[in-house]
Design a protein. Structure first.
Ligand SMILES: [Fe+2]
Length: 361
């Protein structure tokens, strides 16, 4: 009898393990000059729900985030990893950043708003893999339509899988992440604002999604002032970098008429004097599902929200500021070389919709 119980327990525990399946990743996140976190997502079961107890028509996976952090990594190197003991789908690689101030030649990929139209999101990823060669990948927010819904994250990771396996991933919060803990957990984001140096470029990542931060106006204002103080300190320390790049979700300037004067955009616009004062070269945003470039105070403001979400019209160019706008799915290549940065906005068929160069200042 005792032996039978033991056998039963063994069978049950084996079944529990057998149910686990990898539904996201692997991916490299929180990559700095010396350390990196490899993450992947495991589905441990499914939960069903519905209004009729005999017809539970909704299902959502139970997800568990797995992570390991490697420290003491060499800077400026390719690092390969394997999270599934040799199985092809468990292998990937990423690069660690060259030391701050080192003149390097590399490509950063920038794109965003990948929610909603998964077929189009997949086409964008396929085009990235065909036409770009990123050393790091930057997402401008709205990864999924609702960050609280566990059913949506495996779809995101399935579509992005081949890209995530080949470059470190750096996201910012969009309003559709709902400031949900999963965003922080899955991508090992320890603060909603953070920065890193990649050779001669300083990247700063901000949170403009005040709407989901807190229902309290006082708390939102306190967060914004804290982040702004941190930003000024961060950019002050980054003045020796050849290029300063800021990434956030809401655009301070937009050519989408109905979005001019909107909440997150108004918060974002309060940072414009800071960007000018601290000689920021590029501000990459999303939120509007198109490509836009505006120039103000020596700063290039680029909206890249063409990752799959339904396209928005570009109907209201801003006089004197707007350089180009196009409503199409796309991604942006930021090509860095010593003293020079080149930007290309590329469509899913490889068409270059915008290209320009900026010198270090
Ligand atoms: Fe958004």
């Amino acid at each position: 009898m005792k032996l039978k119980s033991s056998l039963l327990i063994l069978v049950l525990s084996t079944l529990a393990v057998a149910q686990d399946k990898v539904v996201g990743g692997p991916y490299a996140v929180n990559v700095s000059g010396r350390s990196a976190t490899i993450g992947w997502l495991v589905e441990t079961g499914q939960v069903k729900a519905g209004a009729d107890q005999d017809k539970l028509d909704r299902a959502a996976p139970v997800l568990r985030s797995e992570k390991v952090t490697f420290t003491g990594l060499p800077p400026g190197q390719m690092i390969h990893y394997d999270v599934l003991n040799g199985r092809k789908e468990g292998k990937g690689f990423f690069r660690t950043p060259p030391p701050a101030g080192t003149e390097a030649t590399f490509e950063a990929l920038v794109f965003g708003d990948t929610r909603t139209r998964h077929d189009m999101h997949r086409k964008v990823i396929e085009a990235i893999l065909k036409f770009a060669d990123p050393h790091l990948t930057i997402h401008t927010g709205d990864l999924v339509a609702d960050g609280a819904d566990t059913a949506q994250w495996p779809i995101f990771f399935d579509v992005e899988g081949d890209l995530l396996r080949r470059a470190a991933f750096f996201p910012v919060l969009g309003n559709h992440e709902r400031n949900n803990y999963k965003y922080y957990d899955f991508f090992e984001v320890n603060s909603p604002y953070y920065s890193l140096d990649w050779g001669q470029v300083h990247f700063t990542f901000l949170n403009t999604d005040l709407g989901n931060f807190s229902p309290s106006t006082a708390e939102r204002e306190r967060f914004w002032e804290d982040q702004k103080r941190w930003l000024i300190d961060d950019l002050t320390r980054a003045q020796k970098a050849q290029f300063r790049v800021v990434v956030m979700h809401h655009p301070p300037f937009t050519g989408v008429g109905r979005r001019q004067g909107g909440g997150g955009n108004v918060w974002a616009r309060t940072l414009v004097p800071v960007f000018e004062q601290f000689k920021v070269h590029f501000v990459f945003t999303g939120h509007d599902h198109n490509y836009q470039r505006h120039e103000f105070g020596g700063v290039q403001y680029i909206v890249t929200g063409g990752g799959g979400a339904p396209l928005y019209p570009v109907d209201s160019p801003i006089e004197g500021l707007t350089r180009t706008m196009i409503s199409t799915e796309h991604f942006v290549r930021l090509l860095i070389s010593p003293g020079m940065a080149k930007v290309q906005a590329v469509g899913i068929d490889g068409t270059v919709h915008d290209t320009f160069e900026v010198e270090a200042k």
